[in-house]
Design a protein around this ligand. Structure first.
Ligand SMILES: *Cc1c(COP(=O)(O)O)cnc(C)c1O
Length: 371
């Protein structure tokens, strides 16, 4: 009998699929309970801007048409927002897609891709799928150790991934240390700074003073690529839209591996409208800052250590194996994220929800830890 596993390319055959947060409907089916809250995928609980919803509704009748494969309107908007040329922008079906494009464009089997321990799971997955070798540098106090990363650079390194802030730890790098690192990396290695949580981290209330906008550096460092997403602060995770800003030649190369029409017309219309709703973005980020305070105050009161976060999530040490605590929380109707697959077996990552959701999570956590 045919064994397709043996036919698959070796990188793919050895892959473990990305583990997503558990969907609410799935838990409803399994436990037969309702009133479930999901604080597992760093989604924005405020939901999308009404302007984005209206823009999608206006676009609905046109979905029989292919979208603009070059994404002119959205790129023009982003170019103006960031003060960069349009030919530096690559749109993606989520920002995960340009993370994959960059590897497909530059990594050959056996080449190395560098990232950190406890960092985003997509990096090793896209690396291995391309036949690349993922190299994880050790972390320091849960955050990036840039010296350790630098020490792992070899003649085979093609790409370095840095999430700032990092998921699932919420740790961040300041402007001076990050720029010094980028400047020290040989020019033939692409450095990707993944800024999925930029809007949260750059808000003064999260306390990340000196947190950089790496887009400011793309003209200075041709090998720098920065990614952003509409999935988090813009609350459009289900639409799948994000982008990369890079050297134009790098963008051109990524465009060669990009599937045509990878971003839908609904997604682009919503993204353009969302960029026009500064009030909604501010409300989202302010609610997050308040929620982080609410959660950390509760953890302090409970005597639980946590990793200080500037994202819209926080990882808390439950002082025992996290998975059974996660399972017990599910039975309370609260979905969080176990992070044992990030080598953090005693932590759970919780997304910052609305005030009442955070309170319900805390009540459930107290009950579960006491039980
Ligand atoms: C959520 C997240 C993304 C964004 O994923 P999308 O594909 O844009 O939904 C990228 N990087 C990190 C570190 C994330 O946590």
């Amino acid at each position: 009998m045919i064994d397709f596993l043996k036919l698959a390319n070796p990188g793919v055959a050895g892959l473990h699929p990305y583990q997503a947060g558990k969907p609410i409907e799935e838990l409803e089916r399994e436990l037969g309970i309702s009133n479930i809250i999901k604080l597992a995928s760093n989604e924005n609980p405020l939901g999308p801007s009404p302007k984005a919803i209206a823009a999608m509704q206006a676009e609905l009748a046109d979905v029989w048409l292919y979208p603009d494969g070059n994404g002119f309107v959205l790129k023009e908007k982003l170019a103006a927002l960031h003060g960069v040329a349009m030919n530096r922008i690559t749109l993606g079906n989520g920002s995960s897609e340009p993370l994959e494009f960059i590897v497909r464009a530059f990594v050959q089997p056996g080449d190395e891709v560098l990232f950190s321990e406890h960092s985003f799971a997509i990096y090793p997955i896209v690396t291995q799928a391309a036949g690349g070798v993922g190299v994880a540098a050790p972390a320091k106090n849960w955050g990036f150790d840039l010296d350790a990363l630098k020490a792992q650079i070899s003649a085979r390194t093609r790409v370095i991934f840095i999430a700032n802030p990092n998921n699932p730890t919420g740790t961040w790098l300041g402007a001076a240390e990050l720029e010094a690192f980028i400047a020290a990396v040989p020019e033939n290695i692409i450095v990707v700074v993944d800024e999925a949580y930029y809007d949260y981290a750059s808000h003064p209330a999260t306390g990340a003073s000196g947190y950089p906008n790496a887009i400011d550096w793309v003209e200075k460092y041709p090998n720098l690529m920065v990614t952003r997403t509409f999935s988090k602060s813009y609350a459009l995770a289900g639409l799948r839209v994000g982008y990369a800003i890079s050297h134009p030649q790098v963008a051109d190369l990524m465009n060669r591996v990009r599937p045509p029409f990878n971003v839908s017309n609904l997604a682009m219309a919503a993204a353009v409208a969302a960029l026009d709703d500064a009030d909604h973005l501010r409300a989202s980020v302010e609610m997050n800052a308040a929620g982080l305070k609410q959660l950390t105050a509760a953890f302090d009161e409970m005597g639980l250590e946590y990793i200080p976060s500037v994202g819209n999530f926080i990882s808390v040490d439950v002082q025992r194996e996290g998975k059974p605590v996660y399972d017990a929380l599910l039975r309370e109707g609260v979905i969080v994220r176990p992070v044992a697959n990030y080598a953090m077996p005693n932590h759970l990552r919780v997304t910052v929800g609305k005030a009442e959701e955070n309170a319900r999570f805390i009540r459930a956590l107290k009950k579960v830890l006491a039980g």
